[in-house]
Design a binder for this molecule. Structure first.
Ligand code: AHR
Length: 502
């Protein structure tokens, strides 16, 4: 089978916002406790944070980490996590039916972000709480010393404001499972008042209003329209979430799901434009896709924990999806979609980062390792920065549950003008055929292939474990060649590739 792709220097989509490689950590399961924080671990730093985890997270160069939730935030009292540790209360977390010692709060998390080289994206609780709490939290985090909240922060060890510039106005407020779930009108009105209040403190904050929890919600996409009618002028982003699953073990259908993702983004983009027109506004609102990943492997195990009368365990093994090779392809496809939609998706957070539906796993008191999906996320974050190219792709396709004529080759292209590099990320969805792919490079003046990485495996269900950490890992590709402005590469069946030229 053959595919042809044309890339032209002037056919561009947008400058990719680096924040599409952001991520997420929630007080959920072992994400925080025994994930990033484990004071007794042999590698723990002076703050009790695992250095082995910090080192792996650093590789990902993730620009922001969303915190502290997720569903957790909708019943969270941020004050529980500040001040002397011995005085912090243990609280019952209503979202995940666990208990939280509050040993980690905003100070500890900020120190961890500094160690990793990333920034906090914080969420305020608009479930069990509201406007006044959001304002107090913001003043505590960003306010000057000399005011009550700034002075309390100083007393708790930090005189300098944290200067967090990116804030979420609650989480998944369209979801009936959410503590404090609201209708679109109720939420839209509240979010607008909260946004106005937060902007009265600092007009330059970047604010994210909740869109739909997924594209199958009954309220989607009217939710987006109504919420934006209330908030359009006072927010910068609307959030979307989507999780990918292969319950039926049908690879073709599973690997077509990014067509649904593409449609979801396009629909919300249209909704933004509709409201913008209704308002006769010149303000732009973009998408923050602040939760995305594969999530289904752990569902049965989670049910047992959550429905098994486990009481209120501290840091149980919740949402510990063990990813396989097939999920590498899925994550590659999702990231390709974000690159192609970089005109409207300005933030995207892989959900999550450690232990909980995460690219990085840890054993308590033991090792930390990279799951299979770590690699496509790593490659995109490391080399998918620059300008997204509008590629013309010619390739046979197949019919799937969510779309017809899904091309066997899914590809995105990124031009880093400063470095003079061109990077292509490609997934071959074909289950049995290699695809001879020709990419015509027009106007770039690229000379040769500088890197070619391949991920393929004879077993779609192969995973990485503490004992076999490199079972699914990239290897150097062979056979990619650039001659007379045409890049040729053979994509093996069910493979992920990154090809770079300069
Ligand atoms: O990331 C896990 C959960 O998924 C989050 O807490 C919630 O926002 C979403 O439903």
């Amino acid at each position: 089978m053959k595919a042809s792709v044309t890339a032209h220097k002037d056919f561009t989509i947008a400058k990719i916002d680096d924040r599409i490689y952001a991520s997420f950590l929630e007080h959920l399961g072992r994400a925080i406790y025994t994930g990033i924080y484990e004071p007794d671990h042999p590698t723990a730093d002076k703050n009790g944070m695992r250095q082995d985890v910090i080192d792996i997270v650093k590789e990902l160069n993730t620009p922001y980490v969303r915190y502290p939730g997720g569903n957790f935030v909708s019943a969270y009292n941020w004050e529980d996590g500040v001040g002397p540790r011995e005085d912090r209360p243990t609280r019952l977390d209503l979202a995940w039916h666990t208990s939280d010692s509050n040993a980690v709060g905003v100070h500890e998390f900020s120190d961890w972000c500094d160690a990793v080289g990333t920034k906090m994206m914080l969420a305020v609780n608009l479930g069990s709480r509201g406007l006044d709490d959001a304002r107090n939290f913001l003043e505590y985090v960003n306010g000057p010393v000399g005011s009550a909240w700034g002075d309390l922060r100083k007393k708790n060890g930090r005189a300098e404001p944290f200067n967090v510039d990116l804030w979420c106005l609650g989480n998944e407020m369209d979801g009936p499972w959410q503590v404090g779930h609201k209708t679109a009108d109720e939420y839209g009105r509240l979010a607008n008042e909260v946004a106005k209040t937060m902007r009265a403190f600092d007009k330059n904050l970047q604010l994210v209003v909740c869109g739909s929890s997924n594209a199958d919600m009954k309220t989607y996409p009217e939710w987006e329209r109504i919420v934006l009618e209330h908030t359009y002028e006072s927010v910068d982003y609307i959030s979307l979430h989507m999780y990918f699953a292969n319950h039926a073990h049908h690879t073709g259908n599973y690997l077509a799901l990014n067509e649904k993702l593409d449609r979801y983004i396009t629909t919300v983009e249209s909704t933004i434009n509709l409201v913008k027109a209704n308002k006769r506004s010149k303000h732009n609102v973009y998408i923050s896709f602040d939760e995305w990943n594969v999530w289904y492997h752990s569902r049965e195990q989670d049910k047992k924990i959550l429905e098994g009368n486990a009481g209120w365990p501290h840091a149980p093994r919740l949402l510990e999806d063990i990813y396989n090779f097939e999920d590498v392809l899925q994550v590659g496809l999702i990231l390709n979609t974000f690159i192609r939609k970089s005109n409207v998706v300005k933030i995207a957070c892989i959900a999550q980062l450690v232990n909980v539906i995460a690219p990085i796993m840890t054993d308590p008191m033991g090792k930390a390792w990279r799951q299979t999906i770590f690699y496509p996320y790593y490659f995109a974050s490391a080399f998918g920065r620059g300008t997204a190219l509008q590629l013309a792709v010619n390739c046979p396709g197949y019919d799937a549950e969510v779309a017809d004529n899904v091309p066997f080759v899914d590809v995105s292209g990124v031009h880093d003008e400063a470095a003079g590099t061109l990077t292509f990320f490609a997934v071959n969805r074909h289950e049995s055929e290699s695809i001879e792919t020709e990419i015509s490079l027009q106007g770039f003046g690229a000379g040769s292939v500088i890197d070619h990485q391949v991920m393929t495996h004879k077993d779609l269900r192969a995973v990485n474990t503490a004992e076999n950490m490199m079972n699914v890992a990239p290897s150097k590709g062979t056979g990619a060649a650039l001659k007379d402005g045409t890049l040729t590469v053979k994509l093996p069946p069910l493979s992920y590739q990154m090809i770079r030229v300069k």
